[in-house]
Design a protein around this ligand. Structure first.
Ligand code: SF4
Length: 291
């Protein structure tokens, strides 16, 4: 039997950006993004076959080209540089990421020391940092240990990467409250992330699953967080990117009667359907009743 997590696959922000790229490619032979538009190699290949070009940085993009800013957003200076070069910019920064950028810009202007909770190498955090008025008046922390090392500042603002877990944000806020006379905490964690995280918890807690197949790109931060939650629930997880990887792990399915399926916010629906069909076929071959 197969049971799907209630919320799985493309979130609002990713769907909006991918739809905009597909739409743009109907009228442009080439459309550029800076960095991968989505942490899912299969969807990127599909878009590349239609004319998507992925640049490592803005200097690679030819003058006059069309660029879509991906859902993760970009630092302000990058967007300004593109516009100076007569590059047509369509900004598809996710509105939830935009909110975090705006909070960072506003609170840094108001004199707050900005602490960003997240992964400093993640493009979303780089983009948010790129909206802080004075970057020397900010820092990125990954966890409670790094929060312990934050110095005292009279006014501190805590802003979260959209994919963080709320429990961690609360714990970090608890640490920082003793390091400031005034602490502003902005819960910029997006609902889509929380929904997918809650959905995997419910999938495991409300059903006697023998294991969960998690579908998503290996570099997808939000899929990684789903894996952490599933493992903390003590469930056996098979994280696969594509059909091939699912087939390669055939043995994993041997003793599994009830298989859960979960997917990160960057996993396209067509890929979920394909993998679901493969799992159903495996179960049918094993004589498991299909739901
Ligand atoms: S996970 Fe949330 S913040 Fe990130 S792109 Fe999706 S909807 Fe936007």
């Amino acid at each position: 039997m197969i049971i799907m997590a209630e919320h799985a696959g493309f979130c609002f922000g990713v769907k909006r950006a991918v739809d905009a790229i597909s739409e743009s490619l109907k009228s442009h032979s080439e459309v550029w993004t800076i960095g991968l538009p989505i942490h899912n190699p299969q969807e990127v290949s599909r878009l590349e076959s239609l004319g998507l070009r992925v640049a490592e940085n803005d200097s690679e993009i030819p003058d006059g080209a069309k660029v879509l800013i991906r859902a993760h957003g970009e630092p302000l200076e990058v967007i300004e540089r593109l516009k100076r070069r007569n590059i047509h910019v369509e900004d598809m920064t996710c509105p939830f990421v935009r909110k975090a950028q705006e909070k960072a810009a506003m609170l840094s202007r108001e004199g707050y020391y900005v602490v960003l909770l997240g992964d400093k190498n993640h493009p979303e955090i780089k983009g948010i940092t790129g909206h802080v008025e004075d970057v020397r008046n900010s820092e990125v922390i990954a966890d409670e240990k790094e929060a312990d090392n934050v110095q005292y500042h009279a006014k501190t603002a805590l802003i979260s990467q959209t994919t963080q877990r709320e429990e961690r944000l609360e714990r970090i806020a608890g640490i920082l409250v003793g390091k400031s006379s005034e602490l502003r905490v902005c819960n910029t964690i997006c609902k889509a992330t929380a929904q997918r995280q809650e959905a995997v918890r419910e999938l495991v807690r409300n059903n006697h699953v023998d294991g969960v197949v998690l579908i998503g790109g290996k570099s997808s931060a939000n899929t990684g967080k789903l894996r952490d939650i599933l493992e903390s629930e003590g469930v056996n997880v098979l994280w696969v990117e594509d059909e091939e990887e699912t087939e390669q792990n055939s043995e994993w399915f041997n003793d599994k009667i009830m298989v859960g399926i979960a997917a990160g916010a960057s996993t396209p629906e067509w890929l979920i359907d394909k993998i679901k069909n493969i799992i159903a076929a495996k179960q049918e071959a094993q004589g498991v009743l299909i739901h």
